[in-house]
Design a protein around this ligand. Structure first.
Ligand SMILES: Cc1cc2nc3c(=O)[nH]c(=O)nc-3n(C[C@H](O)[C@H](O)[C@H](O)COP(=O)(O)OP(=O)(O)OC[C@H]3O[C@@H](n4cnc5c(N)ncnc54)[C@H](O)[C@@H]3O)c2cc1C
Length: 393
């Protein structure tokens, strides 16, 4: 189509994966990132087969399987009394069903593997400390303005712009949609602890999910079982936009002081928490305008109740690259990509919200939920997610 670079704004999981994908199609890429370097807090990510198969297709299989864990199963428990409500196989059976693994991975390990691969591609120019600040569409391409932290502005020209700049995207505003995400009334508390400090119940090679009124807890091992990742989601009145902030240990524990003893024991071992206010927004109907579009959270953030936000971002990159290969112009490729993604990502967003309501039910609705879970077979639970995990982008 053109030799001028595809400019990608944002080097998160979406931007890094897209840069790599476009470079593999022999396209020139310029990846600009607002932060001066990528330093990820210790937190885990679940990468389901619909996304792991794409990363493997990019050649990242060996690097990622060295650092990713493969949980044997999902165990769902009642947060109040600790009884097991249901189980779903994740390890070998998911690989057999979907032809790709379910991974638990440290976000920093995924970013590092992606960044190493990006750096080894001569067709990708990587520029840190530059934020996208302006956009002009020309007859044959795009012209963008970037801004550094000290206010220095630079103009760059490219074939197209893809905004991978996350939930608080500036690119969407430059495309004419300045609508803001809204606070959901929930905050996520995240921590990692050395596995040898975790109570025995939490050391299994499994994804643990504990359900309670207006809150739930997820945990799983990372880094070859040396680290335990913990995510506690609770209702909250106070919101703070942005990536994360430190959380107060006592106030987290107070939120769970009526929970089963093993959960209280676990939380007492956590020295420090990081908090994320959870924001949501509907998909953006006009995510493609001329030679500019959006991917990942900038396009369609997904609440963490389905562990699919990063997975959807990774799927976007494959669909966008396929659209570019099969259309004559960038404009039509972007329009077709947005139309293609709207339905699936909209459904995943809705399903994640719905999961949140189910997870956080209070009595008496939670009694019905628990009864249903206790009576569900492991296969019926797995089948519920077939349409997500079995998807091939
Ligand atoms: C508690 C929690 C748990 C989660 N767990 C999972 C999970 O298990 N599995 C899963 O699939 N997903 C999960 N997610 C969702 C996942 O983290 C996100 O969907 C994913 O990180 C989105 O990636 P992204 O690249 O689109 O955006 P981001 O990761 O937000 O990256 C955006 C990048 O753009 C940069 N940027 C911002 N503004 C500009 C600008 N103006 N110019 C240039 N660069 C800019 C930012 O610095 C950043 O590097 C979870 C989310 C939360 C909050």
């Amino acid at each position: 189509m053109t030799d001028r670079p595809f400019i990608i704004a944002g080097a998160g999981i979406a931007g890094l994966t897209l840069a790599l994908t476009l470079a593999r199609q022999n396209r020139a890429v310029m990846l600009i990132e607002k932060r001066s370097r990528i330093d990820e807090l210790g937190a885990g990510l679940q990468i389901s087969p619909n996304a792991s198969r794409i990363l493997i297709g990019l050649g990242l299989g060996p690097a990622l399987s060295r650092v990713a864990g493969k949980p044997d199963e999902l165990i769902v428990r009642n947060g109040k009394n600790g009884t097991t409500l249901t189980r779903m196989a994740q390890g070998q059976s998911m690989r057999q069903a979907y032809g790709a693994p379910y991974w638990h991975i440290h976000r920093a390990d995924l970013q590092t593997a992606l960044l190493d691969a990006v750096r080894s591609e001569p067709g990708i120019q990587l520029s840190f400390g530059r934020a996208i600040a302006g956009l002009q569409q020309t007859a044959t391409g795009i012209r963008i303005e970037t801004e550094t932290a000290n206010g220095t502005r630079t103009t760059l020209e490219g074939a197209a712009l893809i905004g991978a700049d996350g939930l608080w995207t500036r690119t969407a505003a430059l495309l004419g949609d300045a609508s803001e995400p809204r606070f959901t009334g929930y905050t996520a508390w995240r921590a990692t602890i050395p596995m040898d400090q975790a109570p025995d119940l939490f050391r299994a090679n499994a994804t643990g999910l504990w359900l309670g009124p207006k809150s739930h807890l997820v945990h799983y091992p990372l880094r070859g079982g040396r680290v335990l990742n913990i995510v506690a989601i609770v209702s909250d009145r106070n919101a703070e936009p942005g990536w994360s902030r430190p959380g107060d240990k006592q106030s987290c524990e107070a939120r769970f002081n009526h929970w089963a003893q093993p959960v209280r024991d676990l939380l007492s071992t956590v020295p420090e928490w990081h908090i994320w206010s959870l924001y949501d927004r509907p998909p953006r109907p006009n995510a493609a305008r001329g030679r500019a579009t959006l991917i990942g959270d900038a396009f369609h953030p997904v609440l963490p109740f389905l562990a699919q936000g990063a997975a959807m971002a990774i799927e976007d990159t494959a669909i966008l690259a396929a659209a570019l290969s099969s259309h004559d112009t960038i404009e039509t490729a972007f329009k077709s990509y947005v139309a293609n993604r709207a339905q699936r990502t909209g459904r995943v967003q809705r399903e994640a919200r719905f999961n949140g309501q189910i997870y956080h039910m209070s009595a008496p609705l939670s009694w019905a939920r628990n009864l249903k879970l206790r009576n569900s077979s492991p296969t019926s639970l797995a089948q519920r997610y077939d349409w997500i995990y079995g998807f091939t982008a």
